[in-house]
Design a protein around this ligand. Structure first.
Ligand SMILES: [Zn+2]
Length: 133
């Protein structure tokens, strides 16, 4: 992970992608999501990381962007690197909560599903960090 030449964005390198993937696999094992067929991509995507899924077929793709926009509150690469593990856990939680997400989306809408699922995800990401798993 490094700044690009004009320091306008963060370059996500292959080793970052490998770390992200390994962290995802760790959580997939811990949470017992091994019955899913999960592919990984490292490509230009609209978010820093994202997950798409089909709950019916239990097929998912977890992606990591090749560039990240700079954050106001982050000063150095170390702070961005710390995010990588959080994003991996975050994306695996999307799989864990995929059926909940789909159910909320069917009953209400995508915004409600995004809001409710992310409320749970951020509480878990921040909570688990405190016990240092
Ligand atoms: Zn999310």
């Amino acid at each position: 992970m490094k700044f690009n030449e004009d320091e306008t964005k963060i370059v996500i390198e292959k080793e970052d992608y490998e770390l992200f993937k390994n962290e995802c696999k760790k959580w997939i094992g811990i949470l017992g999501l091994t019955d899913w067929e999960i592919g990984f991509i490292h490509d230009a995507i609209p978010y820093r990381a994202s997950t798409s899924w089909s709950t019916g077929g239990k097929i998912a793709t977890i992606g990591l962007d090749i560039y990240w926009k700079l954050s106001q509150e982050k000063k150095n690469i170390k702070e961005y690197k710390e995010n990588l593990k959080d994003f991996a856990f975050h994306e695996v939680l999307h799989l864990l909560l995929s059926h909940v997400y789909d159910t909320i989306e069917d009953k209400y809408d995508k915004n409600a599903a995004e809001r409710e699922v992310h409320t749970i995800i951020w509480k878990l990401v921040n909570g688990i960090k405190k016990i240092n798993v």
